[in-house]
Write a protein that binds this ligand. Sequence first.
Ligand code: V0V
Ligand code: CO
Length: 140
Amino acid sequence: MFQRIDHVGIACHNLEEKIEFYESTFGLVVVSREVNEEQGVREAMLHVADGDGGASYIQLLEPLHPDTAVGKYLSKRGEGVHHIGYGVADVAKAMADIAAKGVRLIDERPRHGSMGASIAFLHPKDVGGVLTELVETPRH
Ligand code: V0V
Ligand code: CO
């Protein structure tokens, strides 16, 4: 079902500061920046590696407001790993297959994600405390 780890999402207070840290410490390069109003985030994708199933990234996330998914996470837990995004070939099919196994979907239908992807989240309480995202990248 999973092709690769597409990205690891990291919650932070200050996106520009964290980008600077990841660039200067690890030599990673920002390949995309977006504001996603629906998800309540300002985010950047930093390319890590290319593989057979596609590329992998670090996604740095700054909340647009305190009352958002990432804003609440920061106030409760502080900065750190927020979610794991797995690459899938067909997000709608993956959602149906996973829901059939009793895992709650947060999204009833796929949403707009970074770099034109279709994304959907699984509830962390049904995945051992890990917020899990399904990512279908656009076909070229
Ligand atoms: C919350 N919880 C988490 C969590 N966030 N557990 C693990 N990892 C996380 N990131 C736990 C929290 O500690 C609570 O557990 C419980 O879930 C309920 O949390 P809450 O603070 O009351 O918040 P809720 O229920 O209002 O919202 C939690 C959920 C929400 C996961 C439902 O954050 C959500 O809908 N997330 C999906 C959307 C999202 O995260 N968007 C931002 C990334 P206790 O304390 O009760 O035990 S956008 C993105 O990745 C994009 C655009 C992309 O990749 O392209
Ligand atoms: Co993500």
